[in-house]
Design a protein around this ligand. Structure first.
Ligand SMILES: [Zn+2]
Length: 141
């Protein structure tokens, strides 16, 4: 999908499960995402390739699954920033999840989330998130 065809209001709602899946598919295939986080088994695609997006039915919040290449986006969490947050969990866990002291919302996650926001949503989103992280003393790696 060409970038120009994307609905890139960064903080807007993904209005359906299909829209959420299309957004995550775009993120997974984004050339900058492939270049930054290639799948070691298939470097022509990203670690997010093939990521399943479930409707999150019965869940209280959005989530990324452990042991399953999937994220859950219940209706009230279908926003671009939430989808990117869950994608960042997938990336951070794949790259650092086996390291001692790894924390799900630790510096590795924050670094992936910040970079993902910059690559996918653009410099304004990156700057705003970086400022929020600085204000809250969030460590980024
Ligand atoms: Zn989280």
């Amino acid at each position: 999908m060409a970038d120009s065809a994307l609905p890139l209001r960064p903080y807007g709602w993904l209005t359906s499960l299909a829209a959420a899946r299309a957004f995550v598919g775009h993120v997974a295939a984004h050339p900058a995402v492939v270049a930054r986080w290639p799948d070691p088994a298939r470097p022509d695609r990203s670690l997010l390739a093939g990521l399943e997006v479930t409707d999150g039915r019965g869940r209280r919040s959005a989530a990324s699954y452990i042991g399953r290449h999937a994220i859950a986006l219940p209706v009230r969490y279908r926003m671009r920033w939430v989808a990117l947050h869950e994608c960042a969990h997938v990336i951070a866990r794949a790259l650092h999840g086996a390291e001692p002291g790894y924390a799900p919302h630790g510096a590795e996650f924050a670094g992936a989330y910040l970079a993902l926001c910059g690559l996918v949503l653009g410099p304004d989103a990156h700057s705003r998130l970086a400022a929020a992280f600085r204000a809250e003393a969030v460590r980024v790696r």
